[in-house]
Design a protein around this ligand. Structure first.
Ligand code: PEP
Ligand code: MN
Length: 305
């Protein structure tokens, strides 16, 4: 792994590192400000219409600015794809656990859930963000989302970079837990060089030899906040304490630390019944915890503003 050198800044990262660039990143009408506090909250997975409406109401009331909801899930193993579950209702059917969907079926089912996400966002005035996994889903997804998420596994996916560079919606680039800031800036430069400037970074933890408990897979890199600010001062940095800690009990502390350290916002998983979340049940916050967190975040923001 290499440090970011002066030569890099001049030759390889000349656009993303511009000091005086006025970057405008929007999700629908919402401006994601470098010095703002944009909280994106919602479930790992859109499980049903009722679930996403319930969550949208709760996170809006608590003060979130955007609704997140996964539809295409990059699962470690092929089984248990949430899209193989029924399109409505809240009970997961075990019989469907090992069903592998055809791509056609996957897209159709994803579209139904993206429809729920968009409707819920519209009802509560929350722009929506969802992860894109397949480059050829860009047109379909563009009908529903206000911002695209590139998951950490796809940080370098050139097919996604190519289609997203042409998209009219903004992009959130998640850093892979094993990748340097230099590489993350390189991905951003790929966008910049293609004329795409409305993106934000998302830090979701780095892999280290020892984490703090057996469930944690990563440790949140708080230092990435001032470092990215130094190298790419115009790009908002969103911190994802949910996927970084993988542990509900740590989410509040890391969120407060991130905002105190100058992050532009947070991505937080919220679920009405966190232990029963179809994906990532250990890290989602319940409604009460999320509300409590939002109150504390606003206080921190006032102090450091
Ligand atoms: C997610 O946001 O639900 C997700 C899967 O993110 P990551 O790519 O960080 O694991
Ligand atoms: Mn998740």
């Amino acid at each position: 792994m290499k440090d970011i050198s002066l030569k890099d800044r001049e030759n390889n990262l000349c656009l993303v590192t511009r000091a005086d660039y006025k970057r405008s990143v929007k999700a629908a009408d919402l401006v994601i400000e470098k010095k703002g506090l944009t909280v994106m909250a919602g479930p790992c997975t859109v499980e049903s219409k009722d679930q996403i409406f319930d969550i949208a109401r709760a996170v809006k009331e608590a003060g979130a600015a955007m609704l997140r909801g996964g539809v295409f899930k990059p699962l470690t193993f092929p089984y248990g794809d949430p899209l193989a579950q029924p399109d409505s209702g809240s009970s997961q059917q075990k019989a469907d656990r090992k069903r592998i969907l055809s791509k056609n079926e996957l897209f159709q089912k994803a579209e139904i859930r993206l429809g729920y996400l968009k409707e819920a966002g519209q009802k509560y005035g929350l722009p929506v963000i969802s992860e894109i996994l397949y480059a050829d889903s860009i047109d379909m997804m563009s009908e529903y989302v206000d911002m695209f998420q590139i998951g950490y596994r796809h940080m370098f996916n050139m097919d996604l970079i190519e289609v997203l560079a042409k998209a009219s919606k903004s992009v959130m680039i998640k850093r892979h837990y094993g990748e340097s800031l230099r590489s993350l800036l390189g991905v951003a430069e790929h966008f910049e060089a293609r004329g795409k400037h409305d993106f934000v970074f998302c830090e979701r933890g780095v892999s280290v030899p020892h984490t703090h408990n057996i469930e944690s897979r990563a440790v949140l890199d708080i230092q990435a906040i001032p470092a990215l600010d130094e190298y790419a001062p115009s790009v908002p940095v969103i911190i994802d304490p949910s996927h970084a800690t993988f542990k509900r009990r740590y989410v509040e502390a890391m969120s407060l630390a991130a905002i105190a350290a100058g992050a532009s916002g947070l991505l937080i998983e919220v679920h009405p019944d966190p232990d029963k979340a179809w994906v990532d049940p250990l890290q989602a916050l319940g409604f009460k915890d999320f509300e409590k967190l939002m109150k504390k975040l606003n206080k921190i923001k006032e102090v450091i503003r």
